[in-house]
Design a protein around this ligand. Structure first.
Ligand SMILES: Cc1cc2nc3c(=O)[nH]c(=O)nc-3n(C[C@H](O)[C@H](O)[C@H](O)COP(=O)(O)OP(=O)(O)OC[C@H]3O[C@@H](n4cnc5c(N)ncnc54)[C@H](O)[C@@H]3O)c2cc1C
Length: 481
């Protein structure tokens, strides 16, 4: 059977490997000159930057994929488990280093905020249960109907235990007295491009994932993971064609027959796996008013403003992952919901050269700064860069006089580079109780069409898109033998 995968993002590459390992003839068509989609990198003047992911969690999800191709993650890339996982900083000057050793977290938190050690233990136990439940229900298969989910729950109590009726901010406030720790937990909503004041408390499982499975860096840069997936896909027999823009999914009598290319050519296929943003799929490639409306109703996830700064010299007190929190988290997310960039945003700074000397020239640093923005917001690069660097300087990290060059990404770049509509990084947002059900299904509305990647179930982030590839490969095996 011939399968065409449209788009060579991580979800596209992983599904291609899985389908090839299952004996299918797989061809991947990517419009960009190279594979990887949002896992893109920049190398300039001896500095290396990720333009997308800077943190890998759940590495075993990728190990499983490499295993299907007869190799291992460890054989393909060198990973480093980071300790501390994150250095968090608040405007009042307080700092907390999250230890990698989960047993060390309560004591570390107790030293930071008396009483927080016990609070963390209660929260961590709750988060672990949420992950266990999410993994065997939500992440274990498609969400094409409430029945599909019901078939995976063990008891009706599971549905209550998933903690979908309150927001992540409410859960954080119920577990922690210290507003700084509420803000720290609330930030996990941004891992799915959402607001802690809107997204279901189920997302409290993410800190458990980091604690239990670690926060990892790919030595040599995240591009090494992309290159390994490309290499292994080709070795498994997958044909990858770059610079090929797909203009249309071809359908005959509600069944996929292949794709039409933007240059007028066509390619027949029995199955098409769309790794493109679902909004691009249902607006341009297979116009479908009902699906497009559903996406509209769910709303877009956040986008980002990214500054890559090549910095001479070394900076005292900087860790690999740093978070400079805003003074008012509620106000910050109110701005985002109103479609504006926050005046006082939280700034995330990844300086991977702290761990990996290959990422910057000797005694220099590669600063990757990211601020969440609404999708589709227009930003002035110079002004916004200055605002972010000034904010860091106010917080004691003035790198302005040591910068060799900066490169920026605004929401319009994410749209232009990856056809992520509005530059939304994760497709639809996870705001609201029904968000998990609003995400597009992995099985499309016509026979033989499947959706993989961050805008489809179960959502964005490297491990999630790899899980969506597993769900799609299972569906193809089940329905097409
Ligand atoms: C700034 C940023 C920071 C992030 N940080 C993290 C992080 O720290 N950790 C983490 O796990 N995740 C992170 N993510 C998310 C993660 O990178 C994405 O969820 C994941 O890479 C998306 O993969 P995907 O399979 O959805 O494909 P995408 O990356 O969306 O790729 C889709 C591909 O389809 C191609 N395409 C689109 N239309 C067509 C067409 N018509 N014809 C042919 N090809 C087409 C595009 O060119 C693109 O290559 C981050 C993302 C960004 C942007």
């Amino acid at each position: 059977m011939k399968v065409i995968v449209v788009g060579a993002g991580i979800g596209g590459l992983v599904s291609a490997i899985r389908l090839a390992a299952a004996g299918q003839q797989v061809e991947v068509l990517e419009r960009n000159p190279m594979v990887g989609g949002k896992l893109a990198t920049l190398e300039e003047g001896g500095y290396s930057f990720s333009l997308g992911p800077t943190l890998l969690t759940l590495p075993h999800v990728f190990d499983e994929v490499f295993g299907l191709a007869g190799t291992t993650l460890a054989d393909q890339v060198e990973l480093v488990r980071l300790d501390p996982q994150f250095r968090y900083r608040w405007p009042n000057g307080s700092t907390f280093d999250m230890p990698d050793d989960r047993d060390a977290v309560p004591a570390a938190l107790e030293g930071f905020s008396p009483g927080a050690g016990d609070e963390w233990q209660g929260f961590a136990a709750h988060a672990a249960k949420l992950w266990d439940l999410s993994e065997r229900t939500f992440l274990a298969g498609p969400m094409n109907s409430p029945l599909a989910l019901l078939s995976r729950v063990r008891s009706p109590l599971d549905l209550a235990r998933i903690d979908g009726n309150r927001t992540l901010a409410k859960s954080a406030a119920a577990h922690f007295d210290d507003p700084r720790l509420q803000q720290m937990v609330g930030r996990y909503a941004t891992y799915s491009g959402s607001s802690p004041f809107k997204t279901p408390a189920t997302l409290a499982c993410i800190p458990h994932v980091e604690q239990a499975y670690g926060c990892w860096h790919v030595m040599g840069g995240f591009g090494r993971l992309r290159d390994a997936l490309e290499r292994v896909a080709i070795a498994a027999g997958v044909v990858i064609r770059v610079g090929v823009d797909v203009g249309r999914i071809a359908v005959d009598r509600r069944r996929v027959t292949g794709v039409e290319l933007a240059d007028g050519g066509s390619e027949p296929a029995d199955v098409v796996v769309a790794n493109v943003d679902a909004a691009h799929l249902y607006t341009d490639l297979l116009p479908h008013p009902k699906q497009a409306k559903r996406l509209d109703r769910a709303g877009r996830s956040t986008s980002a403003f990214v500054v890559c700064a090549a910095v001479r010299g070394r900076t005292d007190g900087i860790a690999h992952h740093n978070v400079f929190f805003s003074l008012h988290d509620r106000q910050e997310f109110q701005y985002l919901e109103a479609g504006q960039m926050a005046i006082d945003p939280t700034v995330y700074a990844c300086v991977s050269s702290v761990t990996d000397p290959s990422q910057a020239p000797r005694d220099c640093e590669n600063w990757y700064l990211l601020v969440n923005t609404p999708a589709a917001v227009g930003l002035d690069r110079k002004l916004t860069t200055a605002a972010v660097l000034n904010r860091l300087a106010e917080r004691g990290f003035d790198i302005r006089s040591r910068i060799d060059y900066t490169r920026t990404l605004v929401p319009a770049d994410f749209e232009a580079r990856y056809r992520a509509v509005g530059g939304a990084i994760y497709g639809t947002s996870s705001n609201g109780k029904g968000a998990a059900f609003a995400r597009p299904d992995n099985a499309g509305p016509v026979e033989g069409l499947y959706l993989v990647g961050g805008s489809a179930h179960p959502g964005g982030g490297l491990p999630m898109v790899a899980i969506s590839a597993r769900i799609v490969a299972d569906l193809v095996a089940e329905r097409h033998g």
